[in-house]
Every structure is written in C-alpha cells, then in structure tokens.
Design a protein around this ligand. Structure first.
Ligand code: AVJ
Length: 332
C-alpha cells in the first residue's frame, strides 16, 4: 500500500498564524462597521458550524446534496466516458474542497485516475481523510494539499500537470459573485493547468422561490441555527459580545440577482462591542451573511464557455433542480 503525500500550504511561513489572525480581525471589523454590515460566509464553518452544515444536508427541505448525489449515481458511466472523449487517459483528479473525500471515493472506481489530489483549507481533517482513502485504494497516488484555493489555484509541482480533471461539487461555486465565479473558472481553464483537462461542476439551479426559500429556512430551524452560529464564531474570533437571542434568521430569494440571501436581523435595538470598537443596530437592521447564486442550465453553460472551456455538457435530475456539468478544454 502506498502512503499519501501531504503538502500543507497553509503553514508555509512560520509567522502566518499571527498575521492571519490580524487579517481576520481587520476584515471582520471592517465589514461589521460598514453602513451595510456583513460577515463572510467562510466564518460559518467552525466546529459547530461544520456539524450544522452536515445536518442541513440531511433536511427534507435541503434538496441540493441528495439531488446531486442522485445525478452522480445515475451518470458515473457517462462521466467516465466524457473524460475519455476529451482525450484524457491518465487523469489527475483534483478535488476542490475535498472535506471527508466521500464524493470522490465514489467517483474514483469509475474514473480510475492516475493521481488523486484532495485540497481543503481544513488541514487536519484532510490529512485523516486522505489516509482513510488510501486504505480503500492502496495503489492510488494521493497528494493531499492544505490550502485556501479561493485565493490562488497555483498547485505545487508534485501535482501532475497534464490531464487535470477538477472536481468542484456541492454548489460551492454559488458563494462567489458571478464575476468572481468567472475569474475562478478562468483559472481552472487556464493553459497553466495543462492543455487537456476539464472540470466536473455541481451547481444548484433556479427554481420556484418557495422551494428555494424553504431549503434555506427549514421548519426544524437548523439553517437558522447555522446562520446564528456565525455570531458565536465572531464572538470567539473578535472577543465580541453578540447576544444570539437578539437576532433572527432571514432567508429570501432575490430573483433579480438570482441568489438566495441570508441575513441576521436585529429583533430590537442592540449594541455590539469588541476591542475598542462598537456597532449599534436598530431593530430590523440586518447583517448580510451569505449569497448563494442559482444558475440556469443555459447561464452556467455560457459562463463555462466564457471562462475558456470549449466543450460543455451537463446532466440533471428529472425536475431540473440541480446541474452537474462537464467542461473540457479540448476533445470532442
Ligand atoms: C455550501 C455554499 C453550497 O449555498 O447551499 C446551506 C451553504 N447555506 N444552507 C449553499 C448553505 C445555508 C451551501 N453551500
């Protein structure tokens, strides 16, 4: 059995921990003091937040995870065929936001990649997951990478630079604005990632707003807890004194911008303090915590082509609630 290689790009400089902490404090202080206060959705995922997100994926109302799984399940053969048709025979499967590597573990027997590269910001979690995966695929070359790929997609030399097949499931791209999504996709399509190669992308689709809003405001209140938990994380990161009982969860579909917005709304006038800062909120005032953009089959096809992919195809479910796209740079 091979041993997974592991490259931690989150800790290349010994001094990063402290400077990263300062960056976080600066960024959060700035966004909380802005006229329209906001918190980046990356702060949802502390330990409790990650557990709450897992719980969200089990909710009746939250259809994306299980719909995507159904599409994968029905199309593994087609996905394998698609990469062959793109001229890829020794794929390097690059898993963006691999987490527990479960989605890839199901894909690997079908795609038979030569190398598997799980990438995640959560380094310790990934180290364990890639070790477990190696036990299931003893001969697979695995190179785990701890890095924040939303900033740069420059991969270390240990990653094979031909036949790169990127895997970006879970509608994670929906957290980017369309401009940032284009920029991110352009990096994947760029010749520096190799001349032949492609991307499997899972993205949530526009649909009836009642269905969308229920998925982000479920009856048991799990998404509300997930949203409010961001304040606990901010209290910890900033030493702030947010009182969660002063805040209510709001989720609405902004049809014009084609996105679900999540906000936290102040129930009464309230003041929050951290370090030498304070911010007062009037009753009804909101903190914007997340955008989750929804695409159509056509709008995502157009975006992928605009990003530089020459061939784009998709698979969907019977209700067309979720799309899995294959975008490649060459082949037919
Ligand atoms: C992880 C960004 C895909 O937008 O559906 C779920 C996050 N937020 N419920 C999504 C989320 C509220 C999720 N993504």
């Amino acid at each position: 059995m091979l041993k997974p290689e592991f490259i931690d790009c989150t800790a290349t400089l010994a001094a990063t921990t402290e400077s990263t902490q300062n960056e976080v404090i600066k960024e959060l202080t700035h966004s909380l003091l802005a006229t329209r206060a906001s918190i980046s959705p990356k702060y949802f995922y502390n330990t409790l937040g990650s557990k709450l997100f897992e719980a969200i994926t089990l909710l009746d109302e939250y259809y994306p995870t299980r719909t995507e799984a159904g599409i994968f399940h029905a199309n593994y053969g087609n996905m394998a065929l698609a990469i062959v048709q793109a001229g890829i025979s020794n794929a390097c499967l690059i898993d963006l936001g691999a987490g527990n590597c479960a989605k890839s573990a199901a894909l690997i027997p079908h795609l038979k990649p030569r190398q598997y590269v799980p990438i995640d910001i959560s380094v310790d979690f990934l180290r364990e997951a890639s070790g477990n995966l190696q036990a299931n695929f003893p001969e697979l070359n695995i190179v785990g990478i701890g890095m924040d790929f939303s900033k740069t997609l420059q991969l270390p030399a240990a990653v094979q630079n031909h036949d790169r097949v990127f895997f970006y499931p879970g509608s994670s791209l929906g957290n980017f604005s369309p401009e940032d999504a284009l920029h991110f996709l352009q990096q994947i399509a760029h010749p520096s990632q190799g001349n032949a190669g492609g991307l499997f992308l899972g993205i949530d689709l526009v649909k009836n707003s009642a269905v969308l809003e229920a998925a982000y405001d479920d009856a048991p209140g799990v998404t509300a807890a997930f949203n409010k938990n961001v304040l606990l994380n901010i209290n910890e990161l900033l030493g702030a004194d947010f009182d969660l009982r002063q805040w209510r969860h709001v989720a609405l579909f902004n049809a014009q911008k084609s996105r679900i917005e999540m906000h936290l709304q102040a129930i009464a006038n309230t003041t929050v303090r951290w370090a030498e800062n304070k911010r007062s909120f009037l009753a009804g005032e909101q903190i914007h915590t997340e955008n989750s953009y929804k695409y159509t089959l056509d709008s995502m096809t157009a975006l992928l082509k605009q990003a530089g992919f020459s061939q784009v195809q998709h698979w969907t479910d019977t209700k067309e609630w979720f799309g899995v796209f294959w975008a490649s740079k060459s082949g037919s």
